[in-house]
Design a protein around this ligand. Sequence first.
Ligand code: C5P
Length: 224
Amino acid sequence: MKKIIVTIDGYSSCGKSTLARQLASELGYTFIDSGAMYRAITLYFLRNHINWKDKKKAETALQNISLGFVFNNSTGKSDIYLNDENVEALIRDMLVSESVSDVSTIKEVRDFAVAQQRKMGKQKGIVMDGRDIGTTVFPKAELKIFMIADTAIRVERRYKELFAKDPNITIEEVINNLAMRDYIDSNREVSPLRKAEDAIVLDNSKLTMEEQLKIALKWVKEKV
Ligand code: C5P
C-alpha cells in the first residue's frame, strides 16, 4: 500500500496529538508532535535567558539547538530530546506554555522547525500534528485534517491533564492560556493557524477516541 502524509492541525487542546499518535500506530507510520519542537526551543530560550525578539540572538541560539525524537518503551510514546536531554515532561510545564506561542511567532524559529519537519516527511508514512502542517509544512499532503472541539471541552481536557501533574493549577489559568495561545497562533504574521482549503474538518466534541480514530482511518483508506 502506498504511504502518505497525514496532517492534523487545529486549536490548542483539541486532541490532535492523541488522534495523530493512534492513527500512526494503526498505520505503522511515524507520529511527529510538531508542537513539542516549538516547546523544546522555548525551553532552551527560557533556560538560557535568550531574548527571542532579538533576531540575531535567536538565530545564534538556534545554532546550538539539536532536536530529536526517541521512542520510550515504558510509555509506548516518543519523547523529545533537546541536545540529548529528554525534556518531554519539562516542555509541558505552564512556564513553557506561557511563552511558546510568542516564540512561535519568530520567523527564524519557524524556519528552523519547518526545515526539520520537512526532512522527517521525506519518506512519507508520517502523521504530523500542529498549526501549520497542512498549510505550510506539507501543502501537498494527501490527507489534511482540521480538528475542532467546543471550548469548554478543550478546557476540561487540558485541566485534567495538567492537574494530574500539578494540583495547584487553576481552571482560570488553563482558560487564559488556551485563549492566549489560540489568539497568538491565529493572528501571527508567519504561518498563522488556518484550515487549509483542502482540509477536512473533524469536530470531536462528542466523539470518543475510538470513534474519531475510526473516522480518520476511513479517510486514510480513501487516499491510499
Ligand atoms: O501542540 P502544542 O499545543 O503542544 O503546541 C504548542 C505551541 O506551539 C502552540 O500553541 C503554537 O504556538 C506552537 N506551534 C506552532 N506551530 C506548530 C505547532 C505548534 O506554532 N506547527
